[in-house]
Every structure is written in C-alpha cells, then in structure tokens.
Design a protein around this ligand. Structure first.
Ligand code: HPA
Length: 248
C-alpha cells in the first residue's frame, strides 16, 4: 500500500528518481485534483506524487483545488504527506536553503478551505494548535542532518493569497505578527490534511527575500535560480527521509 504522498510545488513537477509504476486520474466529490496521481517506488518505499500546480505548472495558488488534492491523496490510502512549498524570507534566512515550518498564520481568503461546510450537516471542529505533524517534521529534521543541510526548525509560515507578491508594508505587518517565511500555497492545504487525519509536514524552499527585505523588485529570474538550488536539496532530502518514516 502507498502510505507516503509528496505534493510538489513550484520547481518540483516531477520526481526524477521515482520508479513510476502507474498513473491514476482520481475524481473526487470536490472535483479533480491538479493532475493524475503518480505512483512509484522511491528508495524502496511506495510513494504517490502530485504536482500542486499541475504538470504544466499552470494552476495559480488561489485556483488550486486543494480539497480535491487532499481528498484524492486520502483515497490512495496514504497516511503521510510531505508538501514542498516555495517561500519568500521575512526573517534573515539564506535564499536557496530549506526550512520546516512548525506554525502557520493564514491570511488567505475565498478559497474552499474545509470538508466540514454546511453540506456536511454536522458542526465539526478540528484541533490545529500545532498545524504540522511533529513526527514527520522530526524525520525531516533528522534527514536534513544526515544530508548535512542546516535547517532552522522553528519557523512560522504566513500563507498569503497571491498571485501577486506582498507590499513591503504587508511584509512588515507579517513580521510583527511573528512570521518568518511567506508563501501562497500552505493553506488551506495543511488544514484540509488535518481534517482528514493525515500526518502532514512541509519543506519550505526559500527562493527570495520578501518584499522590502532587499533593494529593488522581486525578480522572477532570481526566484527561478534559487528554486533550482533549493529543489536539488529537496531531492537529496527526500531520498534521506522517505526510507526512515515510521508508521507509514
Ligand atoms: N511571497 C509569497 N509567496 C512566495 C514568495 C513571496 O515573497 N516567494 C515565493 N512564494
């Protein structure tokens, strides 16, 4: 059975070392996920891969069908999700490096963000005090140490709506709120995973200093270069971490 799912973000639309066994189009009550799910073997473990923005990287953050993605992953029998998200640095963090958030502040709006809406016909709340799955985060931290990657572990992720980047004043506000990194795809994904009881953790790839944290504009070219550097670290990290995930 496939127990580990990987949701790829920008720069990670496929897993090079995945020995692909099948691809499956899964339909859900919420519509279709971003792409077919790709099943295969990575370092001796069965995994399922889903590129969040679609195979062609054509679905912007606010238009992703997060509910269909998480529902489809749950249908595969997966119990664990490692999500990869590109972020801007609010705190003094090196571009091209990785971080494992342990907290989230959600500033997104207008996204379908719950499986427990009115149609569920039963008022339901889930605990989200610690939004990420600690055992999986610990596996990521251990894998990073093994791969000699230095990674800060106490990181608050601010989820913004996009697709535009933030203003400098917005970033200053997020900083005052206690956020260290900012990205557009962390929510509602993490909350939906919690609603379905999935163990979810994220690898944030730091691709630019956030607005106002550097002189000049945010450059897409610079982001792409840093994505390449960061995603190559993600590939190494996943190969370290996947074999050592317990309980999946
Ligand atoms: N802001 C929001 N999302 C992002 C950024 C950013 O600066 N960089 C990459 N994703």
């Amino acid at each position: 059975m496939t127990a580990i799912a990987i949701i790829g973000g920008s720069g990670l639309t496929q897993l090079e070392n995945l020995e692909v066994s099948s691809r499956e189009a899964i339909h859900t009550p919420y519509g279709d996920p971003s792409s077919e799910l790709v099943f295969g073997n990575l370092k001796g473990r069965e995994v399922v891969f889903l590129p969040r923005h679609g195979v062609e990287h054509a679905i912007p953050p606010h238009a992703i069908n997060y509910r269909a993605n998480i529902w489809a992953i749950k249908q595969t029998g997966a119990t664990h999700i490692i999500a990869v998200n590109a972020v801007g640095a609010i705190a003094d963090l090196e571009v091209g490096s990785l971080a494992f958030p342990n907290q989230i502040i959600d500033y997104t709006y207008g996204r379908e963000h719950t499986f427990f809406g009115a149609e569920y016909r039963q008022v339901t709340h889930v605990d989200f005090s610690d939004p990420y799955c600690e055992s999986l985060r610990e596996a990521l931290i251990a894998g990073a140490a093994q791969a000699s990657l230095s990674v800060p572990a106490q990181i608050t992720y601010a989820a913004t709506q996009g697709p535009r980047f933030e203003t400098a004043a917005e970033i200053a506000r997020l900083e005052r709120d206690g956020a260290h990194v900012v990205g557009m795809t962390g929510m509602p994904e993490a909350g939906l995973a919690r609603e379905l009881g999935l163990c979810y953790a994220a690898i944030a790839v730091i691709v630019n200093p956030a607005a106002g944290k550097t002189t000049g504009e945010i450059s897409l070219e610079e982001i792409e270069q840093n994505l390449d550097i960061g995603v190559s670290k993600v590939r190494v990290l996943l190969e370290q971490v996947i074999p050592r995930i317990d309980g999946a």
